[in-house]
Design a protein. Sequence first.
Length: 163
Amino acid sequence: MPRFKTRQLHHELPEYLKPWLYAEGSLTLQLTQLAQGQFSVEPIAESYQRLDFLNARWMNMPDYHLAWVRESYLFGCESAPWVQAKSIFPILSLHKKARIFPHIGKKPIGRFLFQRTTPKCQRRVIHLKEGWTRQSCYTWHGCKFIVQETFLPAFETFLRSSV
């Protein structure tokens, strides 16, 4: 896991990305609107992993617990992915309504997360080697989980060319 403050100090956040990194609500809906109705999810990997220390601490959970982790690419109206997403659902949070998440396949998490509700969200923005990333810790129907969204170079190029 990166050291957030050290990595963040060496990069300046571009103005055109700020609205995306700090936007509230469904990124799925926002990307779909930007891409004029086109949006798709391509899962890369799904597995059970042990929670890492920083994420466990952020969610106030023990780091020895397992989590279901889903990694995927989010596509807009281009062939290159716009966002690399990683969702971390501690086993302790996969109950009630959240038990659906390991079974959604190519459906976006945002379709369920923001359906008739606005979950509580804590957010941090960091710069990873893949690009600018927003990490959101959601509390949804009593369940806590993290959704990490990294905006890839193809998305930045699309934003710059559409201005």
